[in-house]
Design a binder for this molecule. Structure first.
Ligand code: AMP
Length: 131
């Protein structure tokens, strides 16, 4: 079971943002920017491009709706999207609010993000989410 499956199962805490029957979204614990969110399928697959066509289409649609909620809740010009997947073997999409190109720099994480602000950010995105 991956760490993300444990989060989805409620065995490990997270700052939850959104959920439907197939996908789950929560804040990245080491955000590069406030509102940095991960979108994951509930069904475990390591490599995102091993996901079948229908499922990856649905995942992208869910990610779009999460991105729309981030855009409402977090001041930004656009929401950027990235897939890396070298650390956690459970496919996930990074959604990151952007003011400038450098906001997407994964070497530039927020040091010790304040838990109260993380909680508030997740709640505000969750309030704006429409599946
Ligand atoms: P990567 O697999 O390279 O796309 O990176 C995995 C991402 O998952 C990193 O940005 C981590 O900060 C994030 N991450 C790892 N563990 C957790 C966790 N327990 N809760 C939230 N995010 C996590």
């Amino acid at each position: 079971m991956t760490i993300f499956s444990k989060i989805i199962a409620g065995e490990i805490p997270c700052y939850k943002v959104a959920e439907n029957d197939r996908f789950f979204a929560f804040l990245d614990i080491n955000p590069v920017n406030w509102g940095h969110t991960l979108v994951v399928p509930k069904q475990e697959t390591d490599y995102i491009f091993d996901i079948d066509d229908e499922q990856i289409g649905a995942m992208m649609q869910f990610a779009k709706h999460v991105a729309e909620a981030i855009k409402v809740a977090v001041p930004c010009r656009k929401v950027g999207m990235a897939v890396i997947g070298l650390e956690v073997p459970h496919a996930h999409i990074h959604l990151i609010p952007l003011q400038q190109e450098g906001d997407m720099d994964f070497k530039n994480k927020i040091a010790d993000p304040d838990p109260a602000r993380m909680k508030q950010t997740a709640e505000e995105i969750a309030r704006a989410f429409r599946n």
